[in-house]
Write a protein that binds this ligand. Structure first.
Ligand SMILES: *Cc1c(COP(=O)(O)O)cnc(C)c1O
Length: 411
């Protein structure tokens, strides 16, 4: 190597790669300890067996979503010992349950790690005394004020949502629509759904219809087919989206039959809702793959939740793991100020820190948009760490993901 300049170039490159390696060393070190459900399969399997014993269930029943739904746990006395709840804990849960109902599918219950009181699955599914704090609002987004006809919320010019049911496989403790999760499970009547479809038909600018709830996939296959075929008869409806947490809380719902119906009405999109790497299991992976194999693009809408996923490494692991099961992280929602959920609230800075830690350090595919919802219905508002440091009549100055600044002409 007689050429000192070449050596310098070589050395510079080596320094660069060493620096890149360094920039994710902290994550590489701890990602092994943030377990996905797939990586903790043995423990989950043990819980599953215990729950099956408790219910006298066969494997065939376990794999049947109707059985899962009918056997949701709604009384803490039936499962306190399975997840290690103390007698005082039982009393607390019963007290909260009188205000906010709970129901946990046997499958989702099996994901709780009984040895971990801070288990992110437990936190999402099992009532906590903090839910009785008075902070927050029942309908912070004023959905009631943006409802042109029953079931419909329309906040944007070219798209709307239809809430077809108040049923879910599991009632999330941080639910934004707790006010609609009453004493009983109710799918909307076909008459009401028909009226919502009529509204879409009569408003030609609606090109994107989002079916949600509750959980859109709680409708029967027949009802879903009826809904899809009616919407597809409307020329100006370009895309149809479903909002469903069933791949996460009730993956048995994603049957061959359902998928065969959905794929007849393309373009159909599904947005699902994983919040924790622990929710990525053999079953949820299969559910997502079944949908993806039917040509349905899958997005994930995560809610940023204190004690569940408010850590940059947890979100990075979650988003990378989602890409492995063909789900594209779409949104991270800042928690809404819903009454009964204040123990999940985080600060905007926490969300920005997570976004900062994703960009550059992992695939752009794993970087969703961070959204704050404007109260009263002002809508989804994106926030990013600030990369544009200055913009003037001559130039714009930026910083990159590593904090290095650069400028470009902007005349
Ligand atoms: C979230 C939402 C939508 C969809 O928003 P996108 O940004 O298009 O995903 C549409 N209507 C309402 C009322 C919503 O809350």
């Amino acid at each position: 190597m007689g050429n000192p300049a070449a050596k310098t170039v070589h050395q510079t490159k080596m320094d660069r790669f060493a620096h890149l390696k360094d920039s994710i060393a902290d994550y590489v070190q701890c990602k092994e300890r943030i377990l996905t459900g797939l990586e903790d399969e043995e423990r989950i399997e043990i819980q599953k067996k215990k729950i099956m014993d408790r219910l006298g269930a066969t494997e065939e029943q376990w794999n049947d979503y109707k059985w899962q739904l009918a056997n949701r746990f709604t009384d803490i006395n039936d499962f306190a010992d399975l997840i290690g709840v103390s007698p005082e804990g039982i009393a607390d849960i019963q007290k909260v349950g009188r205000t906010y109902r709970y129901a946990i599918s046997p499958y989702y219950l099996s994901l709780i790690n009984p040895g971990d009181l801070n288990c992110p699955i437990r936190r999402q599914a099992v009532p906590a005394p903090d839910e009785l704090r008075p902070d927050g609002y029942l309908d912070p987004m004023d959905e009631a004020g943006w409802t042109p006809v029953d079931l419909v919320t329309r906040r944007y010019p070219d798209r709307l949502i239809i809430k077809v049911t108040n049923v879910c496989g599991m009632y999330c403790r941080f639910c934004q629509r707790r006010r609609l999760i009453g004493e009983s499970d109710k799918n909307a009547s076909w008459d009401k759904i028909k009226a919502a479809i009529k509204y879409v038909r009569e408003n030609k600018e609606i090109r994107d219809v989002l079916i949600t709830g509750g959980d859109a996939f709680m409708l029967s296959d027949n009802m879903i087919e009826r809904l899809l075929s009616s919407l597809r008869r409307i020329d100006h409806v370009e895309i149809i989206r479903f909002g469903t947490r069933t791949p996460v809380t009730l993956p048995q719902r994603i049957t061959e039959n359902l998928v065969n119906i959905l794929k007849k009405y393309h373009p159909v999109y599904v947005n699902t809702h994983f919040n924790s790497p622990r929710e990525i299991t053999k079953e949820s992976k299969e559910a997502c793959e079944r949908l993806a194999n039917a040509g349905i693009p899958l997005g994930n809408q995560m809610v940023l939740l204190n004690g569940v996923n408010n850590h940059p490494h947890v979100v990075r692991k979650l988003n990378q793991s989602l890409l492995k099961i063909r789900v594209k992280p779409y949104y991270i929602f800042h928690p809404k100020m819903v009454k009964g959920t204040s123990h999940f609230w985080v600060r905007i800075q926490d969300g920005i820190e997570i976004m900062e830690s994703l960009r550059g350090r992992t695939s752009g595919m794993a970087v969703p948009t961070y959204i704050v919802n404007g109260p009263g219905g002002l809508g989804k508002t994106p926030i990013l760490p600030n990369y544009l440091m200055y913009i003037g009549t001559q130039k714009a100055v930026f910083r990159n993901w590593q904090g290095k600044t650069f400028e470009i002409d902007n005349k």
